[in-house]
Design a protein around this ligand. Sequence first.
Ligand code: C5P
Length: 225
Amino acid sequence: MRKLTIAIDGPSGAGKGTVARAIAAGLGYRHVDSGAMYRAVGWKALGEGVPLDQEDAVAALAGAARIDVTAAAVTIDGIDVTRAIRTPEMDRAAAAVARLPKVRAVLVERQRQVGADGGIVMEGRDIGTVVFPHADVKIYLDATPEERARRRASDPSRSGVPSAVSDVATLLTERDRLDRTRAASPLYAAADAVVVDTTGKSVEEVVKEVMQVVEARRQPPATSR
Ligand code: C5P
């Protein structure tokens, strides 16, 4: 059966990671978290003292870096940053470097290479709009800001990070605003995306809903006679 390209976009805390992982596992596809690439670049820029608004310098750093995002770990130039990139400071650093068109160009190219053969579930902000505009399946996950903040505050990958729901809500709303209003590839649902509101739904319910969309696209188109 043909291997599909599945794009899952949406704001922070909408459930993209959990749902994308489950869909990829169910289909035997690769799951790639594109946000981890922006985080890794932000992490390296901060570590090297490169100002996050210096587009050419950050893009050069991104272009020279080897970034590997697998289900198990995120590494940049061989350094495991899986946990280090999940802090409020890295949330900000990722959003800052993601505003820079030259940095996006580098990472979008890498993302397209990773997904060249299909059989992939990639999550992010611009996967259905920019990275894979011809994706077989486009899902846009959303949820109320309150629910997203609650989920973020209890995200196990961010353990050790102080996370009162009200603080998380403030930071998350600000990052969303940046992601939605930036000039380069802002966050929005592609016209042909299926929008799924995950508020009040269990992971199982959302995965089932998304799988129904995937299954519909896997059926060969009806032949007209
Ligand atoms: O998904 P995550 O919260 O890890 O993404 C971190 C940041 O990276 C986002 O706030 C956004 O600014 C940026 N990002 C992006 N495009 C993507 C994925 C993430 O601009 N495809």
